[in-house]
Design a protein around this ligand. Structure first.
Ligand SMILES: Cc1cc2nc3c(=O)[nH]c(=O)nc-3n(C[C@H](O)[C@H](O)[C@H](O)COP(=O)(O)OP(=O)(O)OC[C@H]3O[C@@H](n4cnc5c(N)ncnc54)[C@H](O)[C@@H]3O)c2cc1C
Length: 589
């Protein structure tokens, strides 16, 4: 079983050089996030992940969560791990000090999130959802609700969940049927939610469920949904927990991966109704939930990076040890890392991870700018544009990279004991939950590109063009990157024009091209960040002989040569439009 090591060197490079930590910490309230402080936080997080989270990852997969006597029993070791996580204050990083938070940037939380998710994805879903819950409550909750619940969520004393999905309402949340009846100061919630991650456990003495439900007079559809906070145990005026609320787990799912994470069916109101508190205004639940979902979408994108990084580390370790065959000009048996085709796979894994990290962290920095410098609308536009890209592009790449991880192991990859198969299985959910990648693509094309007539994406293309112009045509590696990035960016620009020219006359056009458009955007944005990395590394190599920088330049060139050409295929599919996609009758399938 391969051990996890946090890639803190690359993380620090991305934080400091690409995501601009030194500028982020100039934002109001983030002054403490100096490079030294953040480096220390990362080292400590890395140590905690290696010593505490990672050791129960594979055992947690084997044992899985169980459902007995109407309650969830997490895998062995998870409860102790959770207590250590909460005591370490790890869930409080990006929150305001007035609620017990540490006032660090979302950018830093994205980096620590990467570490947690790499070390133990099934476990780390619990703090990840708790964080999203606290963010939504902090923005939309009343002062009373915040005073009672926020410090407990921030400290990790209680955990949080997100209750959207119902059997007939997955992607289509307009169909939600869970009811909320006004009842004095509270609302009585009744209905059934499915697929609720960490809906029950024994980590803490309370769980805070964020639940979407419909009031009796609610308009039909998405505009009639409200958000409610429903605690597992009711909370007394002094903050202590009181009697059990009318919300119960009914069962847990048996699933492909993340076996350590219980995915619960939750029943509300079997005995008259679960007491819930309105969060935000009546009928405005989707807007509130979007705060939580956008946060979680960035986090799930980071999950894609994390699980890919874990698979890469495992494959790299195996490839350095496994002996098989010979290589030209060298006596004796070769280690498989010496074979060019294995190198190709490892380079795809390494370059993919580095590009994802760069794009995800840069997007997290735009969230800090959006939160702390809201007067400049461009930060919010950039975050909105890149969130679906980070979610879907990173998680699609995670499918490919965890699959390559198996391939590098040969037959041993297919054998569970090796551990590579777990990463492949765990990764699969990331492109499904938090809005399927198909839904992310619709969001990108419909809300982020068509709605503003391409303004935000053209600004992005302009910035990428500036980076391309800055690359040196005279230096061999940069010249390769310059050509490839220039061609790929042109594909994105032309794809945007095609979309804006065609969506009106063909209603099937946006849906037909959306996934290709999203992947094209992802590859170009990844190439943009790798190009920036290559230029910075070139400057650094002039002053130091640090091998890290030489590696960065070569990896950026590899990305340009092996990932960026995919833009042509995506562009070609986009230009084909909807015709062959929609031409067959349903009976021909
Ligand atoms: C392990 C796990 C954990 C989960 N955790 C949570 C949780 O904590 N809280 C929670 O509320 N939910 C959770 N979910 C639910 C998850 O978010 C949904 O499964 C997901 O949003 C997809 O909904 P669905 O399963 O109903 O699929 P469907 O909506 O039925 O989608 C099926 C297919 O149709 C496509 N599709 C659907 N509508 C459209 C459209 N309009 N345009 C184009 N394509 C479309 C989808 O992309 C997909 O490919 C979890 C699910 C799983 C499996």
């Amino acid at each position: 079983m391969n051990n996890y090591t946090a890639p803190t060197r690359d993380m620090r490079f991305v934080l400091n050089e690409l995501a601009g930590l030194s500028a982020v910490n100039q934002l109001p309230g983030l002054e403490d996030a100096t490079a030294d402080t953040v480096a220390a936080v990362l080292e400590e997080a890395a140590r905690f992940a290696v010593e505490v989270l990672a050791p129960c990852n594979h055992p947690g997969d084997v044992a899985g969560a169980r459902f007995e006597d109407a309650r969830v029993i997490p895998p062995p070791g998870f409860s102790e791990t959770y207590r250590a996580f909460a005591e370490g204050g790890w869930g409080s990083l990006p929150f305001e000090p007035e609620y017990g938070g540490q006032g660090l940037p979302e950018l830093v939380a994205a980096a620590t999130n990467e570490i947690w998710q790499s070390a133990n994805m099934a476990f780390s879903l619990c703090p990840m959802l708790t964080e999203g819950c606290a963010v939504a409550l902090g923005i939309h909750g009343s002062q009373d609700l915040k005073n009672i619940f926020l410090p407990k969520l921030v400290s990790g004393e209680w955990t949080g969940t997100m209750n959207l999905t119902e059997p007939h309402a997955g992607s289509d949340l307009a169909e939600i049927k869970t009811r909320a009846a006004p009842n004095g100061d509270t609302y009585l919630i009744s209905g059934r939610k499915i697929f609720i991650t960490w809906g029950d456990h024994d980590f803490t003495d309370n769980i805070v469920h964020m639940v979407l439900a419909r009031l009796p007079d609610a308009p039909a559809g998405i505009k009639g949904i409200s958000l409610f906070l429903v605690p597992k145990y009711l909370v007394n005026a002094d903050g202590s927990t009181g009697r059990r609320n009318d919300v119960h787990p009914v069962s847990i799912e048996h699933k492909l991966g993340i076996h350590g994470s219980p995915t619960c069916v939750m029943s509300y109101g079997d005995n008259g109704g679960a007491h819930g508190y309105l969060v935000g205004a009546e009928h405005n639940g989707m807007a509130c939930m979007f705060t939580m979902m956008n946060h979680a979408r960035l986090s799930v994108g980071v999950q894609g990076l994390s699980i890919a990084e874990r698979a890469y580390q495992q494959a790299r370790g195996y490839a350095k040890e496994r002996e098989q065959g010979k290589v030209p000009g060298q006596p004796g048996r070769a280690r498989i890392i010496q074979h060019a085709d294995v190198r190709r796979m490892l380079m795809l894994m390494k370059a993919g991870c580095e590009a994802m990290r760069a794009l995800a962290y840069v997007t997290a920095a735009s969230l800090d700018y959006m939160n702390r410098s809201p007067e400049d609308a461009r930060h919010g536009e950039r975050f909105a544009l890149l969130t679906p890209v980070v979610k879907a592009w990173c998680t699609e790449l995670a499918q490919e990279i965890t699959s390559l991880g198996l391939q590098v192991h040969g037959g041993m990859g297919y054998i569970e004991e090796t551990g590579a198969a777990q990463h492949f299985r765990d990764a699969r959910i990331t492109s499904i939950y938090e809005g399927t990648n198909g839904i992310q693509a619709q969001d990108l094309v419909g809300r982020k590109v068509i709605r503003d007539n391409g303004k935000a994406v053209r600004e992005l293309i302009g910035e990428i063009g500036q980076t391309t112009a800055d690359l040196s045509a005279a230096e061999a590696n940069q010249a390769v990157i310059k050509r490839a990035l220039s061609a790929a960016t042109e594909h994105l620009a032309q794809a945007t024009d095609w979309l804006l020219d065609n969506y009106r006359n063909d209603p099937n056009a946006p849906g037909s091209v959306a996934s290709n458009y999203l992947m094209l955007t992802g590859y170009v944005c990844g190439g943009w960040q790798m190009a920036r990395a290559a230029m910075i590394a070139a400057e650094k190599t002039a002053a130091t002989s640090d091998e890290f920088y030489r590696g960065k330049i070569i990896t950026a060139r590899f990305y340009a040569e092996h990932y960026l050409p995919r833009s042509a295929a995506h562009f070609s599919s986009i230009r084909a439009g909807s015709e062959s996609i929609m031409a067959l009758g349903e009976e021909q399938f």
